[in-house]
Design a protein around this ligand. Structure first.
Ligand code: ADP
Ligand code: MG
Length: 682
């Protein structure tokens, strides 16, 4: 029943006529491997050779088509001088110039006294029209009067060759069975995939982004990406595991020990996680929440539940500093009979060995660390729960690998503070169930945000003095470590020197080049309030929790994206005091930059900010998205095509709820998602 005609489109480009080794190598360098890949290079403009001009009407500098009669050959016997053919029509004279062409060839293609159609760029030399190496010459004018698309060509491939290749493909497009439902198709004026592809390459449709054929192709692409994710999710859900049984008392005790109440969103997220842990199918869940929304505590409470059910837990953080922070919090909150350890790259070998053995013998209940905790030599006796903090850089496929790694009994929770626009949720996280914490803890005051020109630094220093007097602490963020001649960002090193003179013994410096051990020491001292100012690069961006710091100053703020600024700002305002964020700029702001800053000033909601950020800068620049794979859309644009993203989401939900068969999407999935992940699926 299944239709296999799509296979032609997946075949190697070297099977095409006119694509030799050289062309195929050039294209493959640009990641164009299959015929299908070639379809998405769109024409930018076109050359119309269909109109035949008279010589007297020629325009210099333009590609034009003329019918001429060759009268005389001029073949100079001197090296480097071109061969020349004098030609005429009823209205004037023109010379055809040939570099690097043999006499015999020229005599053949331009026989004297016979009418020939040529096409090429017209120039003039000493008052005479001429055309150098015309691109088309034929006695059959129909072969010349073409319309050639101009593609942004791969170097080394000629326009004529490229057009021949594309036209060959368009002529041989297989007729694919329609994969969409009738109602969906109606929205695109019932245009078939084939029709749409042909229109896509029709020069009269260049940049016709609003047309139905174009939208249909965009929709195909979005839908395919959503469907793959949805299938991965279903597949993971089908994995059977031993349900985790725990008593409500464990959770109640730890919640009772907290010096705050959980927010409603935190409670809901915890319930959703607990339900998954209890269930007989594997959890694969994302805990999404803005910076400071309190994800850590949710993950720790659920960890304790898992531990009490007899399983081990592993929590992986992107940096050692964060791993240690989580470890310390757990140490403070967990009952003393739980055995938890921090696996640090700096630990002594004996210490490491002890932890490795403890995990193998099931003596250790929970381990904290960076990706090192998933090294091969680490064997868990009974791993039941993996938590991964702040890993927005993981793509769908990496997550799938990770989820496989723990084995069937292992539930997986990812935590991310990267809020993403709604249109993107399904393509970025469609493979997971999602719990969202929107609500911030109630005691939070909004961070007040100001912008300042760098030459107003004296005002900033005055403000800092006042804050220090009141016992507050300050983050001072600079984009680079050392002064670079090319990039004139403020370096943290210089700023440290400058501030240290103003505030002797009160300033600490932290950057990526400082050894981990030293970093920890510095952060600990800052935490103990031995310093008032921490000058730092953006390494403080992720996850660090210092409730006493309530001012953050960000230099060269225009070098950061909005979402990133929001993340940085999220480092403060975690305590009860009013927090302040000062964005410093080198020079007056452009209109666009002002708009961006105003968004930040007016909103403390990461989701809202990311939507706006995307509208202003395009989604590719959103924090962390470069790695997430979303950028791989060929036509779809989350801003322009919001409606199609929502339509696809609706359709996927329908398929999931009604448990519809997806066989009819086989060709779509094979074409648009060529990864192995679907091989055993359809
Ligand atoms: P994030 O979601 O960014 O990882 P954290 O888990 O680091 O946030 O929490 C930020 C701070 O908020 C921590 O100091 C934490 O103790 C505190 N916190 C968490 N939940 C609450 C709550 N419900 N009420 C008050 N403070 C809370
Ligand atoms: Mg966090």
């Amino acid at each position: 029943m299944t239709n296999n005609t799509y296979k032609y489109l997946l075949s190697d480009i070297k099977n095409l006529k006119g694509v030799g080794l050289k062309t195929s190598k050039l294209l493959k360098k640009k990641k164009i491997n299959s015929i299908f890949d070639l379809l998405w290079r769109l024409p930018k403009s076109y050359t119309d050779r269909s109109f035949v001009s008279k010589i007297c009407d020629l325009m210099i500098g333009k590609v034009q088509t003329i019918k001429i009669v060759p009268l005389r050959y001029q073949f100079p016997r001197v090296r480097n001088l071109p061969n020349r053919v004098n030609c005429i029509d009823q209205t004037g004279k023109i010379d055809c110039i040939f570099f690097n062409s043999h006499e015999g060839y020229i005599r053949k293609i331009l026989p004297l006294n016979e009418e020939v159609t040529i096409s090429g760029k017209i120039s003039s030399y000493k008052g005479r029209y001429q055309v150098t190496n015309p691109s088309y010459i034929s006695q059959d004018s129909a072969l010349v009067k073409t319309i050639d698309n101009k593609y942004s060509l791969t170097e080394g491939i000629k326009e004529k060759t490229y057009n021949k290749i594309i036209n060959q493909i368009l002529k041989n497009l297989p007729i694919l069975d329609e994969w969409h439902d009738k109602e969906i198709l109606k929205k695109f004026d019932n245009q078939s995939w084939n029709e749409a592809i042909i229109k896509l390459h029709d020069p009269s449709n260049i940049e016709n982004f609003k047309a139905n054929f174009y939208k249909r192709l965009v929709y195909d692409e979005i839908f395919a990406s959503f469907l793959v994710n949805s299938e991965i999710r279903k597949k993971i859900k089908k994995i059977k595991k031993t349900s985790k049984q725990f008593k409500k008392k464990v959770q109640n005790d730890i919640v009772g020990r907290l010096d705050f109440n959980l927010t409603n969103d935190q409670r809901n997220a915890l319930n959703e996680i607990n339900q998954d842990l209890n269930s007989k199918s594997k959890m694969f869940r994302l805990l999404q929440g803005d910076v400071g929304s309190g994800k850590t505590i949710v993950s720790l409470i659920s960890s304790l539940n898992v531990i009490s059910s007899g399983f081990q837990v592993a929590l992986m953080a992107p940096t050692e500093i964060l791993a240690r922070q989580h470890y310390k919090l757990a140490k403070k909150l967990f009952p003393t009979n739980t055995c938890i350890e921090l696996l640090s790259s700096k630990s002594e070998n004996i210490e490491k060995k002890r932890i490795v053995n403890g995990l193998k013998d099931n003596k250790i209940n929970m381990v904290f660390g960076t990706h090192a905790i998933f090294q091969e030599k680490i064997i868990f006796a009974n791993l039941g729960y993996i938590i991964i903090d702040e890993q927005h850089k993981f793509g769908v496929r990496q997550r799938k690998l990770l989820s496989d790694k723990g084995g069937n009994n292992c539930d997986v929770l990812l935590m991310s503070a990267t809020p993403i626009p709604r249109t993107l949720t399904m393509s970025v996280y469609g493979d997971m169930d999602v719990s969202i914490i929107r609500e911030k803890p109630q005691n939070r005051k909004e961070v007040k945000t100001y912008s300042k020109l760098e030459n107003k630094i004296d005002d900033v220093i005055k403000f800092v003095k006042k804050e220090i007097k009141e016992g507050n602490q300050i983050f001072w963020v600079c984009p680079l470590i050392e002064e670079s001649k090319k990039l004139d960002h403020q370096s943290s090193v210089n700023k440290y020197k400058y501030l240290n003179e103003l505030f002797p013994n009160k300033v600490a410096l932290l950057h990526g080049k400082i050894e981990n051990e030293e970093k920890e020491k510095i952060l600990n001292k800052f935490l103990k309030k031995e310093y008032s100012i921490l000058v730092s690069t953006t390494i403080i961006e992720v996850g660090i929790d210092f409730p006493n710091a309530n001012v953050i100053i960000i230099e060269n703020a225009n070098k950061f994206g909005l979402s990133q600024l929001h993340q940085l700002r999220g480092r403060v305002g975690r305590g009860v005091k009013q927090a302040t964020c000062i964005l410093m700029f080198k020079s007056n702001l452009s209109v666009n930059a002002k708009k961006r800053i105003n968004i930040l000033k007016n909103s403390n909601d990461g989701f809202e900010i990311s939507e706006e950020d995307m509208k202003l800068r395009g989604f590719g620049d959103l924090l962390g998205f470069k790695q997430s794979g979303v950028k791989n859309f060929r036509l779809a644009d989350p801003i322009q095509n919001e409606d199609l993203f929502l339509l696809a989401e609706k359709q996927i939900k329908k398929i999931e709820i009604e448990n519809l068969k997806i066989d009819k999407y086989q060709a779509l999935l094979k074409l648009y998602d060529q990864a192995d992940i679907i091989n055993d699926m359809v």
